[in-house]
Design a protein around this ligand. Structure first.
Ligand SMILES: Nc1ncnc2c1ncn2[C@@H]1O[C@H](COP(=O)(O)OP(=O)(O)OP(=O)(O)O)[C@@H](O)[C@H]1O
Ligand SMILES: [Mg+2]
Length: 230
């Protein structure tokens, strides 16, 4: 791991990470349903392209290209325009889920070198694991991807779905294999739920270990509060 940093596009998160994600790292973004995993991942790709001229790829096992593009227009992120310029690649495995692991891996790795992709999101490794059937548990997939991505210059976010009400992650050994873990949670406080985020691990950098409260706002995306929740 080197000292070069990749800005996530969320200023406060880069601050929590003391500069951003270490370049080339493979980071698990874990959270329950509706916690903001897709919006944060999309922001990372969008900012990479428009602010840093780094080509990005979103690999989806949960929604179609059109659904994703329309969803992100809510935040002012026009992925369609970026795709037309060749800077954004969307791989749809949602509509074609019958493929084996070799095909999936090959289809993901090829564009990384051909299109010089610097930022990758796989949404999600949980859905990928389900689509491959019994033999490939999330931990196998994460281990395989980590091995394959370690020699690329690509910084990767692997989205992991944590079942609702789960105390923490505890999804397996994948937390140990990856370079970093970012956790998104909806925490019940009285009669409402509040959003919070924590960086649990990030190899190669100092980082804040505290929980930070955040909101998801129309036309903005993630807004992390300057004041600590606890
Ligand atoms: N336009 C919007 N304005 C404000 N908040 C929004 C908007 N769109 C979505 N949200 C909030 O963001 C949440 C979904 O965020 P996101 O799609 O990133 O979640 P996720 O963690 O990927 O969920 P899943 O596991 O279901 O894929 C919604 O449940 C809603 O609370
Ligand atoms: Mg999602």
């Amino acid at each position: 791991m080197n000292n070069l940093r990749v800005k996530t596009g969320v200023d406060k998160l880069d601050h929590i990470l003391k500069g951003g994600l270490p370049r080339g790292s493979v980071v698990l973004l874990a959270g329950g349903p509706g916690t903001g995993k897709t919006i944060l991942s999309a922001r990372f790709l969008y900012s990479g392209i428009v602010d840093y001229n780094e080509a990005g790829m979103y690999v989806s096992f949960t929604e179609t290209r059109e659904a994703f593009k329309n969803y992100m227009l809510n935040f002012g992120w026009n992925f369609d325009a970026l795709e037309k310029k060749g800077l954004f690649t969307f791989l749809d495995f949602f509509s074609t889920s019958e493929e084996g692991v070799d095909h999936v891996i090959k289809t993901i790795l090829e564009p990384i070198s051909i299109r010089n992709i610097k930022r990758l999101v796989i949404d999600s490794v949980t859905a990928l694991s389900i689509s491959l059937g019994e033999r490939y548990k999330v931990r196998n997939i994460v281990y395989l991807l980590k091995q394959l991505l370690k020699n690329t210059d690509c910084t990767s976010i692997l989205v992991a779905e944590v079942p609702f009400g789960y105390p923490m992650m505890g999804v397996g050994v994948e937390e140990f294999v990856v370079d970093g873990v970012i956790l998104l949670e909806l925490q019940r406080e009285g009669y409402e739920f509040k959003r919070r985020l924590a960086v649990l691990k990030m190899r190669g950098t100092e980082h804040d270990l505290r929980y930070f409260r955040f909101d998801i706002q129309h036309t903005v995306g993630l807004k992390i509060m300057p004041i600590l929740a606890e």
